[in-house]
Design a protein around this ligand. Sequence first.
Ligand code: AMP
Length: 113
Amino acid sequence: MAETLFSKIVRGEIPCDKVYEDDTSLAFRDINPQAPTHILVIPKQDIEDVSKVEEDSGLMDHLMAVATKIARDEGIDEGGYRLVINKGANGGQSVDHLHIHILGGRQMIWPPG
Ligand code: AMP
């Protein structure tokens, strides 16, 4: 897959406001936040989108566990929050490196735009 700016963030070539890191994942604040708390959780491995995750790899389980832990640590668990994965053009994906958006700190509306 083509490299994206998130690969460069993983390698430390582009700075980010990091909130969490482990061997396989990284989380940082979105540069254009859409809510008081807006954090992206990404795999360190270059994976284009959610459809490219290897079955039974456990990666999505891990990324979701990281996202829910961050939400607790950020103090948005009690009020609630939204996890979003955009896939492809119609899904509104603008960076072709799998990421989970954590959005919280305000009332979300439904349906999303
Ligand atoms: P998506 O539209 O689902 O692909 O989300 C990509 C997200 O990446 C958007 O919310 C952007 O604001 C965010 N973003 C783009 N560049 C950066 C960056 N350098 N650091 C942090 N977030 C970024």
